[in-house]
Design a protein around this ligand. Structure first.
Ligand SMILES: [Zn+2]
Length: 132
């Protein structure tokens, strides 16, 4: 890998490789996503803590609020997982390895990365991972 690995191929054969413009667009998207997730986690901690189970509320709504609390916690866990994936991906960008499938090493492709900039796998590998 050279410092300018993304500039090496102007070949149409390598259409799946990211251009410099695509890369910077994705890096910006990653940074935005990072900030959004961090903000979401802050809000999430407020929300889960304000559910007061000692309040004299009916049994049903107590179950409701416990369920909501559980859902908020699960959501928070997903957000945390996504955030750590985003952080790992930002490290890949620094190392110049961004955009390669971590399982097969093929280009993940701009369209997929644009939809989900933290994707660690190409479509084919993600599909086979989901089947398990
Ligand atoms: Zn793959």
């Amino acid at each position: 890998m050279t410092d300018q690995w993304w500039l090496e191929d102007d070949d149409d054969d390598m259409a799946d490789d990211l251009t410099e413009a695509q890369l910077s667009e994705l890096v910006a998207a990653l940074q935005t996503l990072h900030d959004v997730l961090v903000a979401e986690l802050d809000e999430g901690s407020d929300r889960t803590e304000t559910v007061d189970l000692d309040q004299p509320i009916g049994r049903i709504s107590r179950v409701d609020s416990m369920q909501q609390q559980k859902m908020a916690q699960a959501q928070k866990q997903r957000t945390r997982g996504r955030l750590s994936l985003v952080k790992v991906t930002m490290k890949l960008v620094e190392d110049g390895d961004y955009g390669e499938c971590r399982r097969c090493g093929e280009s993940i492709g701009f369209a997929r990365l644009k939809a989900k900039p933290e994707s660690p796998l190409c479509v084919a590998c993600a599909r086979s991972a989901e089947k398990r």
